[in-house]
Design a protein around this ligand. Structure first.
Ligand SMILES: *Cc1c(COP(=O)(O)O)cnc(C)c1O
Length: 410
């Protein structure tokens, strides 16, 4: 008989753009016993989680709840709910996750108008505003923090133009929520998708979303169609595009009923993940949103100072650098994967590679959530220096760590 041995993970310092390290307080809640999903105790956990998500997203929206599944389940739920076949969808793309929005929007039957920007840069909000006025889409889908290139897209003013032209604004804030300020209501964003395994420091497996009345109106219209009722102002010979939401699992209309006081049965809630998310949110709110953003900026500053002191070059336009992801150019002639392997095998530290046109060209170092600490930044810089020297790079040992210590005022 084959014996499958007991297993537990090797100790790791995770400095990638997700999944990142999880606070022991969150891990502990995941070992709590299961509650039935209609148990009043569980219901109050669900309600508290919604209240905390509203604070996280900086919104007064009635609806803020997690979709069960990884972050893209939230993206897919929002897009499949808000895009009707034939709808025009504008997607400004400046990295890999813009392509993901495009692909999902097309699968929902959306007619996508893609705006493309070279990788390493972002759009000026005015460029997006002009494109909205020109193309008159019914929905605009945009990434806030593009993890693939480490860029942060400014969103100011885009929401106003969407209101003016009647478009819905959907923002993928998977990589930024809880680490970089994103004021949903202030920016007039109609739907936001967050992630758990990035700046919230909760395991992957849920996608917190929020949406406002404008978005809900579209969902309600489709729900009436589902019930065979025609919404007001739509005649019986309505175009064939008026269809119910294609997905059952990701039907936000049904998910909303499940999270509403009616608690209409849909799927079985992911009990342990909800415990984890609630505790993760409690940690975020205990720290305070502004203090948390500030912590991410402080450790970013130390990391960047260390990287530059080593003589390495940061990738991309510095004016739109994402504070929680630092992209570093791999020096010419160096095998970036071999350096990454040495970091993992000798130091237990994981940094990320990259995809598409940047494959083999940059490393990506995350400073997110619980992983974003002085200890982790100093260890990563020290280990990277050592690994680079072992790979024959000429650099003065200790400079990176010293520069970071300077930033920390040690
Ligand atoms: C990580 C990420 C996603 C996808 O998240 P999954 O949890 O892998 O589904 C989507 N958008 C952005 C910006 C991300 O960083």
């Amino acid at each position: 008989m084959k014996v499958y041995k007991d297993w537990s993970p090797s100790p790791r310092t995770i400095m990638t753009p997700g999944p990142v390290e999880v606070d022991p307080r969150v891990l502990r809640t995941m070992s709590y016993p299961i509650l039935g999903q209609f148990d009043p105790e569980f219901t109050s956990l669900m309600n508290e989680t919604m209240a905390m998500l509203r604070e996280l997203f900086m919104t007064e929206n009635e609806w803020a709840f997690p979709v069960d599944g990884t972050s893209r389940s939230g993206i897919e739920a929002v897009l499949v709910g808000l895009i009707e076949p034939g709808d025009k969808v504008l997607v400004p793309i400046y990295g890999r996750f813009g392509y993901l929005l495009t692909e999902i929007a097309q699968r929902c039957g959306g007619e996508v108008v893609a705006l493309e920007k070279e990788w390493g840069a972002v759009f000026r909000p005015a460029e997006i505003a002009d494109a909205i006025r020109l193309h008159r889409p019914s929905l605009v889908a945009l990434v806030h923090g593009e993890t693939s290139t480490g860029r942060l897209q400014p969103l100011e003013g885009i929401g106003h133009v969407c209101r003016e032209t009647g478009a819905l604004l959907v923002v993928d804030a998977v990589a930024t929520v809880g680490g970089v300020r994103l004021a949903t209501d202030e920016l007039l964003i109609d739907a936001v998708i967050g992630g758990t395994q990035k700046c919230l420091s909760v395991p992957a497996g849920m996608a917190p979303i929020t949406y406002n009345k404008r978005a809900e109106a579209k969902l309600q219209r489709r729900k009436k169609i589902e019930r065979g009722l025609l919404p007001e102002g739509v005649s019986a010979d309505a175009p064939a595009t008026l269809r119910p939401i294609q997905s059952n699992y990701l039907d936000i209309g049904q998910l909303q009923d499940y999270w509403s006081p009616a608690r209409l049965n849909h799927h079985t809630e992911a009990t342990s993940m909800l415990y984890a998310l609630r505790e993760g949110l409690r940690l975020v709110l205990e720290e305070g949103l502004e203090a948390r953003y500030e912590r991410h900026r402080r450790h970013e500053a130390a990391l960047v100072a260390g990287i530059e002191a080593m003589g390495l070059t940061l990738y991309g336009d510095p004016s739109c650098k994402m504070p929680v992801v630092t992209c570093v150019e791999i020096p010419a002639g160096l095998d970036g994967e071999s350096v990454r392997a040495m970091l993992l095998e000798q130091f237990g530290i994981e940094i990320a590679s990259s995809f598409g046109p940047l494959k083999g060209k940059i490393w990506r170092i995350g400073t997110m959530g619980y992983s974003c600490s002085k200890r982790n930044v100093l260890l990563t810089l020290g280990a990277l220096e050592a690994a680079l020297i072992r790979h024959g790079c000429e650099l003065e040992a200790g400079r990176g760590v010293q520069a970071a210590l300077d930033v920390y005022g040690v």
